[in-house]
Design a protein around this ligand. Structure first.
Ligand SMILES: [Zn+2]
Length: 261
């Protein structure tokens, strides 16, 4: 693991990037483009005495894709690939959903797992039964579904998809490795169910706007995190709206919500 050197409110301890292989290396994610990262990557590649041949990106968020220019400059022969979405097509060769990517005795299955981002891939290393989970599952805290490209409905389907895999180890895009992957997946699903109940409870109790619901649900959470919490609540409301359990009303430039059950 080569740390991206970009700790922050949204990145926690920073982005994890991973190098795997013996003679030809695969790099998973490129960090944010912090110059200090380039030196660390160079050191790790040199220490392995191998050649960096392939760059895979889990999704197009800045903290995963931002280092691509610098990494390509350092390793111009390496091929860069990701699931299509957003970025200029010349930068990356597309990866198809469920494609098996083979290099140097390593088989990585690209599992399309939207929810955090519509172009999100997890990479399943078949020989090692190891999953690189990107930002779908994190080493600490819980994942965020941003308004731009996020979907809680997709997210839950992606978690269910992972349940069917035989995963022994999980390496996330942020935070430490996950020792008991199946328990973690269950915990994530349960966490979302709990949040949904809390959103419904807040509506029952009379909260009508997202800030009102956040204030009710996230008591004791420091204010700087409330904006992220608002995105989470918004996502639950979109899901509940899609299930005809909640109605959204535009009133005086403000979004208000009502229970339909
Ligand atoms: Zn990230």
């Amino acid at each position: 693991m080569v740390p991206g050197q970009n700790p922050g409110l949204q990145t926690g301890p920073g982005t994890n990037t991973y190098l795997l292989g013996r003679e030809r290396l695969v790099l998973i994610d490129t960090g944010e483009g912090v110059p200090a990262y380039n030196a660390l990557l160079k050191e790790a590649v040199e220490a392995s005495k191998a050649r960096l041949s392939l760059i895979l990106v889990t999704h197009g968020h800045r903290d995963h894709i931002g280092g691509i220019r610098a990494v390509r400059r350092m390793y111009p022969d390496a091929i860069a690939r990701k699931f299509p979405g957003g970025e200029p097509p010349s930068t990356f060769q597309p990866i198809a959903a469920d494609e098996q990517i083979r290099l140097d005795g390593i088989t990585l299955k690209a599992i399309h797992t939207p929810g955090h981002a519509s172009d999100h891939l997890c990479f399943y290393w078949a020989e090692e039964r190891t999953l690189f989970s990107g930002d779908l599952i994190l080493g600490e805290g819980t994942a965020v579904m941003p308004r731009d490209g996020g979907s809680l409905t997709d997210y839950l389907a992606s978690l269910e998809r992972l349940r069917s895999l035989d995963i022994h180890r999980m390496y996330p895009g942020h935070g430490p490795a996950i020792q008991d992957p199946q328990a973690k997946i269950t915990e994530y699903i349960e966490h979302r169910r709990m949040r949904e109940r809390e959103v419904l409870d807040a509506l029952y109790a009379g909260a009508r706007t997202i800030p009102e619901m956040v204030a009710r649900i996230y008591t004791g959470v420091p204010k700087p995190f409330h904006r992220l919490a608002e995105e989470t609540v918004w996502n639950h409301l979109v899901k509940l709206e899609g299930e005809n359990r909640v109605r959204r009303i535009q009133a005086g430039g403000q979004e208000r919500y009502e229970l339909l059950e």
